[in-house]
Design a protein around this ligand. Structure first.
Ligand code: MTE
Ligand code: MO
Length: 360
């Protein structure tokens, strides 16, 4: 079913699940819902949502790929192709970018080269699987950009701005999300802005608390006892690092690489651990209370998993709700290693195999 359709290092969510990511509700506003288009165009326009709904007749099956490593294939959206709206407002030849702006408290936005937005068949969507899009997923009106990480698909769309120069979106400007966002090329986050020397100095202090250390490379280093409360460590490379007893409370580690790390006795309370790779890590005694684990990995795809599965036991503090947030094979692995259930069944082995289809 997912043959060749899952970009690198993505995993399928259980088919009835659709995580809510980012803002969860639109701005409170008494105005009726409408969509405007402004900027480098011949004719500024505003459409009421009723007007748009009546014209929302194009169905598109879209594969959703979230940068936090979960994917959901074949989601049927219905709406209006962006090109149809553009055709009504005479875009200027100087319009090179399109910014999608949300009706949300922080005026969330994201942008694309106009050419890409068109080529990717951007849809202004109102329905999902024949029902109105739920409010937390961007209803009544959201952009859907197939072929890009889902952060390029704005929820509660209220304005399209056609621009001559790019204007970075919210995540791209504030959190180092890659502006191209092509899941097939794993354009997730920008690299570290730290020099190697600065990183080494910081590692020597063992104090990362509250610092912005996105994408830092401290792989294989001795960071035992590290203080890193509230640190921003998204996409950090901490493969095989010694993080014994580290305090990572409320740290943002989304997308971080912790494969093979020694985390014994570490605290990760209320940390953001979305999409973290823990394969082969030692997680005994780790406190995960309140942490968010969507899309995290504890075992990689090969069915032998000799050395590839994280080590967990009864001292690993992880609730069943948190285990539920993982994709099924990951959750199953944890249940198996922590509850002394009968050893690997054939069903379990074949499920693991579906995680990463053998390369031909
Ligand atoms: N208005 C708005 N749109 C947004 C976001 C947001 O925070 N606010 N987050 C983006 C991100 S990072 C993702 S992954 C998807 C999540 O959509 P979902 O909650 O429907 O899964 O919405 C994108 N669009
Ligand atoms: Mo996202």
């Amino acid at each position: 079913m997912s043959d060749g359709r899952l970009p690198p290092n993505q995993q399928l969510v259980a088919c009835n699940k659709w995580p809510v990511v980012g803002e969860t509700k639109p701005r409170e506003d008494s105005q009726n819902w409408a969509l405007s288009i402004t900027g480098l165009i011949g004719r500024e326009r505003t459409w009421s949502v009723e007007e748009l709904l009546a014209a929302a007749d194009v169905k598109q099956d879209v594969d959703i790929h979230c940068v936090t490593r979960w994917s959901k294939l074949n989601v049927r959206f219905r709406g209006i192709p962006l090109t149809r709206l553009l055709a009504e407002c005479e875009p200027a030849p100087s319009a090179k970018y399109i910014s999608f702006v949300a009706r949300s408290d922080r005026q969330h936005s994201t942008s694309l080269p106009l050419e890409s937005a068109i080529a990717l068949q951007t849809l202004i969507a109102f329905f999902v699987n024949d029902c109105p899009i739920p409010i937390e997923h961007g209803g009544p009106i959201r952009a859907v950009v197939p072929g890009r990480y889902f952060y390029k698909s704005v929820k509660w769309l209220e304005r399209l701005d056609l621009l001559g120069d790019d204007r970075l979106g919210f995540w791209e400007a504030t959190a180092g999300y890659h502006n191209h966002a092509d899941p097939w090329r794993e354009q997730r986050f920008l690299g570290s802005t730290l020099t190697k020397q600065d990183a080494a100095k910081l590692v020597a202090t063992r104090n990362f608390s509250g610092r912005d250390l996105r994408g830092i490379d401290a792989s294989g280093m001795d960071l035992s006892g590290l203080q890193a409360c509230d640190a921003l460590l998204r996409d950090a490379n901490l493969r095989r690092s010694n993080l014994q007893g580290a305090d990572l409370s409320r740290a943002n580690l989304s997308g971080a690489h912790l494969a093979g790390a020694d985390l014994r006795g570490a605290t990760m309370r209320h940390a953001d651990l979305e999409g973290v790779d823990f394969s082969g890590a030692d997680l005994r005694g780790v406190d995960f209370s309140g942490a968010s684990l969507f899309g995290a990995t504890v075992v990689n795809g090969d069915a032998t998993f000799a050395g590839s599965g994280a080590i967990l036991d009864a001292t690993t503090q992880l609730s069943s709700e948190q285990i539920e947030m993982l994709v099924p094979a990951q959750a199953e692995y944890i249940r198996r290693v922590t509850s002394h259930q009968p050893p690997m069944t054939n069903a379990y082995i074949s499920m693991l195999r579906t995680l990463s289809p053998p390369e031909s």
